[in-house]
Design a protein around this ligand. Structure first.
Ligand SMILES: [Fe+2]
Ligand SMILES: [Fe+2]
Length: 260
């Protein structure tokens, strides 16, 4: 069950995780971070029975806060994998802290991301290549589906669709920069302005954005969970797809004189 509407008017405390979805021992948590910073990051945890996967574990600076939040939910030995949607430090630099705790952790990512991750300091980890395995199956049989999102903003960027919750972990796509931030978007018009602050400068082009929308349009998406800014619940998913489809960004703007 999608629990997002419960949190529409709730003050967020960075010390506490928040349960966003729950059904038959499949759960999704928001783990933080409630920092007062426009580039604040969201870290998520997916639980399926006894398996736990962290989505975009975040910067090393916040590792202890995220670790404490997970320890309140489960034993760290039950965290089996980390999904990293691209290599940026705000997404991925804490991977080495996690690998020091458990060297057997799977790092689920794309090949283009994987060539860069060893620069954080550890290279001999178990790489799960989403280009070769477009799905991850839990022991229960439940599935995470990976959908590539080239040049949004990194060449190897991808999103993760939890087919149990129909929640899309979108990384930097639909990210928003907002100091006065809420967990759930309540006004899409003002939220668009916050997404513009990020997308116009970071996303490659309208073609990249439209191509991605084309690839996900037939998917059932109940909520969008970005790596920055507020979560987009069911009521605004269609608005979010329209926003991306019509976005002018990156090279459209920088080289607008070259467009015909
Ligand atoms: Fe990024
Ligand atoms: Fe980011």
């Amino acid at each position: 069950m999608n629990l997002l509407s419960k949190y529409e008017d709730v003050e967020i405390d960075g010390d506490k995780s928040i349960l966003l979805f729950e059904e038959n021992n499949h759960k999704i948590y928001w783990l933080g971070i409630a920092a007062n910073d426009a580039f604040r990051c969201n870290v998520y945890l997916i639980q399926d029975d006894d398996e736990y996967i962290i989505v975009d574990s975040g910067g090393t600076e916040f590792f202890h806060q995220i670790k404490n939040n997970i320890e309140k939910i489960t034993d760290l030995s039950k965290v089996t994998a980390i999904i990293l949607c691209h290599q940026d430090p705000d997404v991925a630099s804490s991977m080495i802290d996690w690998l020091k705790i458990n060297p057997k952790l799977k790092i689920i990512t794309s090949a283009r991301t994987n060539v860069l991750l060893p620069h954080y300091g550890i290279s001999n980890y178990d790489f799960y290549d989403i280009g070769e395995n477009l799905e991850y199956k839990f022991k229960s049989g439940r599935i995470l589906k990976f959908i590539e999102a080239p040049f949004l903003h990194s060449p190897g960027a991808f999103t993760t669709l939890d087919l149990t919750a129909d929640f899309l972990f979108s990384g930097d796509i639909w990210a928003a920069l907002d100091i006065d931030w809420k967990l759930i978007v309540d006004d899409f018009d003002s939220h668009e302005a916050m997404m513009d602050l990020f997308h116009i400068d970071y996303m490659a082009s309208n073609i990249a954005a439209r191509g991605f929308v084309r690839n996900i349009k037939d998917k059932k998406i109940d909520a969008i969970l970005p790596q920055h800014g507020s979560i987009i619940n069911t009521n605004f998913v269609k608005n979010a797809l329209d926003y991306l489809e019509n976005l002018e960004c990156g090279t459209d703007v920088v080289y607008s004189d070259l467009s015909n």
